[in-house]
Design a protein around this ligand. Structure first.
Ligand SMILES: *Cc1c(COP(=O)(O)O)cnc(C)c1O
Length: 415
């Protein structure tokens, strides 16, 4: 290969995004992205769009938090902004029950480590001020575990994933908020997978001071647009007191472009960094779609279709270990145990994009982000059944069809 080679134009095929995320982008969002007509991020319509996004985001999060806005990038970008108030030496308790909360824990350890602790093991620091509470893969973080750890350590911050997408488990944010309030702790929640899928209002959880999500899961926008964050005044006061060593991910500086200055909404944003008119247009349309469908209706639709998928794969002999409504995490039938990765790779080779778990044990993850129709779920079930048969497994196709049919007919009858 010569360094001056020009490659053929990159063609990327259409896939069914039947994994934990990114989800299937709505055609309206893609049209908004490619239809934006200007590159100028200080144009009046772009700034107005950002202000409108901020107001729509407050409705979707269910909050009066002034510091509610989007962070350019993906979930980790929003999380980096949320964790930016964690400073070296801060006492933190982090609950970990899978891949993503595990990485949140790494973020927290990097931010809370002193200079010496970071230098001692810079890619995996182990600061004395951070306690990682590990909960086994496949289990949720419970009220008892949360309260025992916060009572014992009385940290400044505590952090947890709301929906741990690695293992498909929902963690108890009510218990987390209650316990944070009781012990005077500021809670930080990774809501990357839950926003736009579950019906919850963050103002109902006063123990939680910071929330962060992503563009491309429940909000159905494109990756590398905007990751929603929402921070309470208490969080902002703590941040103001300590400062943070970032310009670009400084929550107060970042918020200025969204028209939030000194804790107040102002009419027009001011320059923080170059924003993308295309990303703003796409994000704006995704938020409009969410509000038009309503978060409550979406949550119902996710529960309904996840139940259908769960029943169908169970009828194939799989064991489901998750309890999220956008994702099913399962073990294959006994005779195919250990062949999860092979099955996933076969499916992915056909542009049927299901996923393995990213940490041990290897399980199969099938998601339904923005695939909320009987036809889409039936297609997923059919393809997954074929993949099991291809590996030599046997399924009772008639029984699987019957389960789906009964589920969807019962719903129609109830209407
Ligand atoms: C997907 C996910 C992330 C990472 O988000 P990116 O958009 O990949 O940066 C973090 N936390 C949870 C719970 C997730 O589901």
């Amino acid at each position: 290969m010569h360094s001056e080679q020009i490659f053929p134009k990159l063609e990327i095929p259409a896939t069914i995004a039947a994994g934990p995320g990114p989800g299937n982008t709505d055609a309206r969002v893609l049209a908004a992205f490619s239809g934006a007509g200007i590159a100028d991020h200080m144009h009046g319509d772009v700034l107005r769009g950002m202000i409108e996004c901020k107001h729509m985001l407050r409705q979707i999060w269910g909050t009066d938090n002034t510091y509610t806005f989007g962070v350019a990038g993906t979930g980790w970008s929003g999380l980096d902004v949320m964790f930016s108030a964690v400073m070296p030496g801060d006492k933190v308790v982090m609950f970990v029950n899978g891949t993503f909360s595990g990485i949140d824990g790494l973020t927290v350890r990097m931010k809370a480590a002193t200079a010496e602790e970071l230098a001692a093991n810079s890619l995996d620091p182990q600061p004395a001020s951070v306690t990682i509470v590990n909960v086994p893969h496949g289990e949720s973080v419970s009220r008892e575990v949360i309260d025992a750890a916060l009572a014992e350590h009385k940290p400044k911050w505590a952090a947890m994933a709301h929906w741990e997408t690695g293992s498909g488990r929902i963690n108890d944010i009510q218990a987390f908020s209650d316990s944070c309030e009781k012990h005077g702790v500021m809670g930080l929640v990774d809501a990357v997978s839950s926003l736009g899928v579950e019906d919850f209002r963050i103002d109902d959880y006063p123990g939680v001071a910071g929330w962060a999500s992503c563009p491309q899961k429940g909000i159905c926008c494109l990756p590398l647009t905007y990751a929603p964050v929402s921070l309470t005044d208490r969080y902002i006061d703590a941040l103001k007191a300590s400062g943070t060593r970032s310009f670009v991910h400084h929550p107060m500086m970042e918020a200025r472009h969204w028209g939030i200055i000194d804790g107040q909404d102002v009419e027009k944003g001011t320059y923080h960094r170059t924003h993308s008119a295309y990303a703003v247009a796409a994000f704006h349309e995704a938020l409009r779609i969410t509000l038009q469908q309503t978060v409550a209706q979406r949550a119902k639709d996710y529960a309904h279709h996840e139940a259908a998928l769960r029943k169908a794969v169970t009828a194939m002999g799989c064991e489901v270990t998750s309890n999220m409504t956008s994702l099913v995490v399962l073990n294959l039938p006994g005779d195919l145990a250990g062949r999860e990765m092979e099955l996933v790779q076969n499916c992915r080779a056909r542009n049927f994009g299901i996923w393995p778990t990213l940490s041990e044990p290897v399980q199969v993850r099938i998601g339904i982000l923005n695939l909320l129709t009987e036809a889409a779920v039936t297609d997923i079930v059919t393809r997954f059944g074929e993949a099991i048969e291809e590996l030599g497994g046997s399924i009772d196709r008639a029984a699987v069809e019957e389960v789906l049919d009964t589920h969807y007919r019962a719903a129609l009858a109830a209407e």
